[in-house]
Design a protein around this ligand. Structure first.
Ligand code: NAD
Length: 289
């Protein structure tokens, strides 16, 4: 297939390279000349304008920072410029309202579109082991799956358009809450006189088990290897977790859902990021306790 890829940053760069490896012809665009140069090294054909990159393609994949940018790129330079009937896949994490609005505009203009946000970080993007949660109708999902498979460990049909973003915001709100809870429990164990490693051994096999404790233990030198063992460098930045929590809070507002722990987690990450810790892995909340 001929696929346009727009947004070749930390995530998109590796994803586009995996499409090339799978034998697709990838037409790449990014505002950053460095990102474009790297994409060229990885076998993409590069363009300096979006309408040129989407000319003649079967599908357009976007991996961009936020909903405002996604909407601007699609409305100004993709809708009406890509060939009629092309499939659009937005893999960015964005707000639900924008995801639905852009898809409606695309469908009204004769295209198919899915929202397909991902779980997994830069290593999974490079390794082709992302989990995609896809919103769109059955026909669009089947076509999207063929595009996403080379970048994926799993491609899951979440439901109608927007359902992928709903899954993503709910998953990451849950992740934030259990990460903070894990940090609190580890700190409490230690302060109350229990070796945190012993606590890990017990709770990871008891009803307290969860991904944050079992697989990504946020206390240095305890339990599973994680960025905590490297002064919280790398991993999933607290600023990105805050972005996802804010999207979840906006989504909860629109849906009229009560999310008291989600709200509290958002405040905790807000304070942490405002104190200058946005680049630290999200498990670094442990250091505040
Ligand atoms: P990034 O900032 O590294 O990359 C974004 C890229 O988009 C940059 O190269 C930037 O130059 C480009 N860009 C910005 N505006 C553009 C425009 N108008 N036209 C073309 N290119 C433009 O961000 P990232 O970490 O790759 O994240 C991308 C998306 O993936 C975000 O929505 C993020 O929330 C989501 N995500 C990130 C991670 C992660 O661990 N980094 C994990 C899951 C999901």
């Amino acid at each position: 297939m001929k696929i346009a890829f727009i947004g070749l940053g930390n995530m998109g760069g590796g994803m586009a390279a995996n499409l090339v490896k799978a034998g697709h012809e990838v037409q790449a665009f990014d505002l950053s000349p460095d990102a474009l140069a790297k994409a060229a090294e990885n076998g993409c054909t590069t363009f300096t304008a979006v309408p040129d990159a989407v000319a003649g393609v079967d599908a357009v994949v976007t991996m961009l920072p936020n909903g405002g940018i996604v909407k601007a790129v699609y409305t100004a330079d993709v809708i009406g410029k890509a060939p009629a009937g092309a499939l659009f896949l937005d893999c960015s994490t964005i707000d639900l309202a924008t995801a639905r609005e852009v898809a409606e505009l695309a469908v009204a203009a004769g295209y198919e579109m899915v929202d397909a946000p991902v779980s997994g970080g830069i290593a999974a993007a490079n390794g082709g082991t992302l989990t995609f949660m896809v919103g769109g109708d059955d026909a669009a999902f089947e076509k999207a799956k063929a595009v996403l498979d080379p970048m994926a460990k799993a491609v899951i049909h979440a439901g109608e358009i927007g359902a992928g973003q709903v899954a993503k915001m709910c998953n990451n709100m849950l992740l934030a809450v259990h990460m903070i809870g894990t940090c609190e429990a580890l700190a409490l164990a230690e302060k109350a006189g229990l070796d945190p490693q012993k606590f890990y051994e017990i709770s990871s096999k008891s009803t307290g088990y969860c991904w944050s404790l079992n697989d990504y233990t946020p206390a240095p030198g305890v339990g599973a290897a994680s960025p905590a063992d490297n002064d919280y460098a790398g991993g999933f930045a607290s600023a990105l977790m805050l972005k996802d929590l804010r999207l979840a809070m906006a989504g909860a507002g629109t849906a009229g859902a009560a999310v008291p722990l989600g709200e509290h987690a958002t405040k905790i990450y807000e304070q942490f990021v405002e104190a200058g810790n946005g680049g630290k892995d999200f498990g670094a909340i442990f250091t505040t306790l």
